[in-house]
Design a protein around this ligand. Structure first.
Ligand code: NCD
Length: 316
């Protein structure tokens, strides 16, 4: 008969003594350098949807020989949904792990989390705020192609107000001397889609009807989707006007077989993904469209490098 533990009455006093003795021996070994080195653990805490970021971080930790504890529905399945504070959640996670990677719709949470975590926190996307590791992998991808970034012309298209990948990448590109061309989606309210001034980036503005005219001069075209969930979130009540506004963007500007030939032979097309309709599938096989292989794989290498660097620098 298997021994089940369903009620406290299932434990005899002898069994309890034995569990305590064992736990005490585990406790004394848990944090010893040797045991620790072989048991590094990433807590992957995602309270928003993710495919590339979460899987690449987790793959990266496995590749380094570490472990992963993961919650991909953290907003719903963690104790946050029972009203636990961020403070208590991160105090807890940092007792179980060596690095925490987090994604949440609240822009301020990574900053808050770092105050309460005893282990390093990595921001894997904070609302409409930032997505720093995506920016690093994007820059790495651009650098592999062009090496010299000074004066490189980069056009950023789509939801520039709400796209966190845009905010991090624009800052990075500016600091490396690239010239930015911001082509915000035109919706009912165009202003809403410009890069917020707090990110302090200097861009040339491109009107959507001029986008095709600007394409031939660009070295990098960085496409993004309209962040519908954030528009919904911002305005709370989504109106027909809002919906048709973001949907009509795809009629106003889309990369497809009719304008792909305008793009320089040596240019590259990037997209952090997921894609909606801003890039038509009929150009996926174009050699300049490197979002489905190179850019995705680079995410794994960059995140492995980041984790390794944190582990090497002797966590906490
Ligand atoms: C982006 C994100 O989550 O910010 N995707 C990603 O991480 N690769 C882009 C998006 O959601 O549009």
């Amino acid at each position: 008969m298997p021994k089940h533990f369903l009620s406290i009455s299932d434990f005899s006093k002898e069994e309890i003594d034995s569990i305590f003795e064992n736990a005490s021996s585990i406790e004394s070994r848990w944090l010893t350098p040797d045991v620790r080195r072989n048991n590094f653990c990433l807590a992957s805490f995602f309270a928003e949807a993710s495919t590339r970021t979460r899987f690449s971080f987790e793959r990266a930790m496995h590749w380094l020989g570490g472990n992963v504890i993961t919650d991909s529905y953290a907003g719903l399945s963690s104790s946050l949904s029972k009203g636990e504070s961020l403070k208590d959640t991160f105090r807890t996670l940092s007792q179980y792990s060596d690095i925490i990677v987090m994604r949440h719709h609240n822009e301020n949470w990574p900053d808050e989390a770092r105050k309460y975590s005893r282990v390093p926190v990595i921001n894997a996307g904070s609302g409409s705020g930032e997505h720093p590791t995506q920016a690093l992998l994007d820059l790495y991808t651009i650098k592999q192609k062009f090496n010299n970034l000074q004066g490189l012309k980069v056009m950023m298209c789509g939801d520039l107000k709400n796209g966190r990948t845009i905010h991090s990448l624009a800052q990075l590109l500016t600091s490396y001397g690239c010239e930015l061309f911001a082509c915000p989606a035109r919706t009912a309210d165009l202003d809403k889609f410009n890069i917020p001034t707090k990110y302090k980036v200097k861009c040339n503005s491109v009107e959507i009807e001029d986008a095709d005219n600007v394409l031939p001069d660009m070295d990098v075209i960085y496409m993004t989707r309209i962040q519908k969930e954030r528009i919904d979130h911002d305005s709370r009540k989504i109106t027909h006007l809002h919906r048709s506004a973001w949907e009509s963007y795809y009629d106003e500007f889309q990369l497809n077989s009719s304008n792909i030939d305008l793009i320089n032979e040596n240019a590259i097309i990037l997209h952090p993904l997921p894609r909606n309709k801003e890039i038509s599938e009929d150009i996926d096989e174009d050699p300049r469209a490197i979002y489905h292989e190179k850019q995705i794989r680079n995410g794994m290498y960059i995140r492995t490098a980041i984790l390794q660097q944190i582990l090497n620098s002797g966590i906490s």
